[in-house]
Write a new protein. Structure first.
Length: 120
């Protein structure tokens, strides 16, 4: 996927994070426990931060390893998605896959840092 596409994916994911944050603050507040609401907010925060990272990395004018984008996207989906599902389905075992998403996020960010080349 071209850099413009990743830039757009990052912005759309950021918009979704804002919507999900609003849903958590207004729609879930009376339906789930305070602990589950905090879990929801953690998912939103990580989605927002990684979405911003995608936008910034896609904007980088130098070279960056292409798999970085996929690593970050997959990590965000697994990390935040498992937390969203945990809250909505009230199924705590889903939390067991959340760390896999975290490993993908850390790997993607580290890979971005080490693969970034200065623009010509």
């Amino acid at each position: 996927m071209a850099r413009l596409g990743w830039f757009q994916v990052g912005l759309l994911s950021l918009a979704l994070a804002v919507a999900l944050g609003a849903f958590g603050a207004h729609g879930l507040q009376s339906l789930v426990s305070e602990a589950r609401l905090e879990t929801w907010h953690t998912a939103v925060r990580y989605q927002a931060w990684i979405s911003l990272a995608l936008v910034v990395i896609a904007s980088w004018r130098g070279d960056i390893a292409a798999p970085v984008f996929w690593c970050l996207l997959l990590g965000m989906v697994v990390f935040s998605g498992s937390l969203y599902a945990l809250v909505l389905l009230d199924f705590p075992r889903l939390g067991a896959i959340t760390p896999l998403g975290g490993v993908l996020l850390i790997s993607g960010l580290g890979w971005a840092a080490f693969s970034a080349k200065r623009p010509d």
